[in-house]
Design a protein around this ligand. Sequence first.
Ligand code: AMP
Ligand code: MG
Length: 329
Amino acid sequence: MRKNNLICLGIESTAHTFGCGIIDSKGKIYANVTDAYTTEKGGIHPTEAKKHHENVKDKVIQKALNIANLKLKDIDMVSFSQGPGIAPCLLVGMRKAKELSKEINVPLVGVNHCIAHLEIGKLMTKAKDPVLLYASGANTQVIAYDGGKYRVFGETLDQGVGNFIDHFARYIGLGFPGGPKIEKIALNGSKYIELPYVVKGMDVSFSGILTNLKQKFDSGKFSKEDLAHSLQETIFAMLVEVSERAMAHCGKEELVLGGGVACNKRLQEMCRIMCRERGAKFFVPPNEVLVDNGLMIGWLGILQQNKKEKDIDIHPYERTDDIVVEWER
Ligand code: AMP
Ligand code: MG
């Protein structure tokens, strides 16, 4: 007999984080455990990140089961992040998910990472039909539901906003991850230094701003604090602008944040002001689901439990609007 309340174990492994979340059909959260690979130098090295995931995967899953006070046999379905992401990292998650689902003989579902951020944001904030500003390391997208799909209304034309911030932070000697460090020193910056402001239609671009910031830093004329402050003011204004235009275009009255960069208090404040000014609602999910996590993968697994096509594979370049939304929203 089919149970009406399923418990799903979700596995995330698209980039630096290996995560395992456990959640049921009613949205009850049992556990959300993550372990992230970090480096002092350079960005994510795919082989190193893959090794990290291989090393921690069993420990992370066991810890999630312990916190949930469940045994593997209590799990009714398994889901995994199938894309977009780094292929060797995605493979670790998919193989582990396959292994588990086989071991306990339960269904396996592959889900999209970006949509998972949006759906967990909706679950945890009670937003109904929001625009999502997804600002993470590798991704920067403004997403909303329209005409049967989650569509991307604006996005970065080059790097993700988090990678851009991390790159500049590393350049000025702050180490990795740079986002929280830039946020901290920006509080001591007060002078706004004019930077390029790059919004093209509904899209944003960061590479020219990065070059400009590096040149300004190298000139020795500007303090790190003022540069960090100006960086935040400029790029967050760009993100707020495209989010607001997407809301106006789609007639949506809610904004939800997702992605690690969304932990930034100044970005949150700017979004809050924009929403207040247009009479819209603004929601920030808890930090543990803003960053990459397995809980959102478990929840989207629940939503997609009836996914028709049995597509058990990785999709490193999957686009948000490739996904046909067959679940109830
Ligand atoms: P994700 O890829 O979603 O897991 O997020 C990771 C990215 O979020 C990294 O680029 C971090 O530097 C960035 N990040 C984390 N916290 C903050 C913050 N407080 N301000 C800005 N960026 C942040
Ligand atoms: Mg993410």
